[in-house]
Design a protein around this ligand. Sequence first.
Ligand code: 13P
Length: 250
Amino acid sequence: MRRKVVAGNWKMNKRLDEAVALAEALLTVEVPAGTDVILGVPHVFLDRVVKLTEASSIMVAAQNCHAADGGAYTGEVSVPMLTSVGIDAVILGHSERRAQFGEDESLLADKVNAVLAGGLTPIFCCGEPLSVREAEGQNAFVEAQISGSLFGLTDEQMAKIIVAYEPIWAIGTGVTASPEQAQDMHHAIRTMIRARFGDQIADNLSILYGGSVKPANAGELFSQPDVDGGLVGGASLKAQDFSDIIAASA
Ligand code: 13P
C-alpha cells in the first residue's frame, strides 16, 4: 500500500525563532495512520528542526541540494552535509528552481542520483505553466520532465521516489487545480511510471498534488484515487492550517 504524504514547503520564509515556533506547534499534531508528514525547511534551520522533531514522527526535508559531494561550490549545500544533519528527504526540481535557477532535466537527474546515493528520499516536482495547460500540452510536458530525470533510474531507485505534481498556474495564486484536473494528471503520471517501471512501483508511488492546497480543498483533492497527499506552500506556514491539511489526509 502506498503512503499518503503531507509535505510542507516553507520556501524562503521564517526567521529562526519563527521556524522553531512553527515546528514546536506541529509536534502536538495527530498524524493519521498511513500518513507521513514532512517539513521542507530552509537549509539554515534544518539542524534545529531535526533536533526538535526527532522524537516525533515528523520528517524533515531540504528544499534543494548540489549534485556533487563536495568541493569548490561557494554557497551550495551537498547531500553528505544534509545526511550529517539527519534529514530524511530533499525537494528537487521545484518550478521556482527550474524557472529562477535554470535547473533542467539533466541537472535534476544528477541531483536525484546524489540524493538517492545519500540514502535520502527525493521529492521530485513537476508541473506545467499556464500557457502549456491552455494549449492542452500538459501531459506531454510533464512526461518529458519525468522521463528526462527519472527514467534512467533502476527499479530499486525509483521505488524510493516521491513525485509532486505542481501546476505552475496554481502555485501561490489561490487557483487550485480542480480535483478532476489533479486526478487526470496523477493518473497520467502513474501510467507513465507503470509503462517504464511496472505495476508494483507504479502502485506504490506516492504522487502529491501542490498548488494552493488549503484546509478547505485538501479533503476533496486527497480523496481522488491517484492523489496521495500534498506539497503545501503558503498554508504550511501556519500551524493550524497545516494541521487541518494533515487531518484531511485520513
Ligand atoms: P502554494 O501552496 O503556496 O500554492 O505553494 C505550492 C508549492 O509551490 C509547494 O511546493
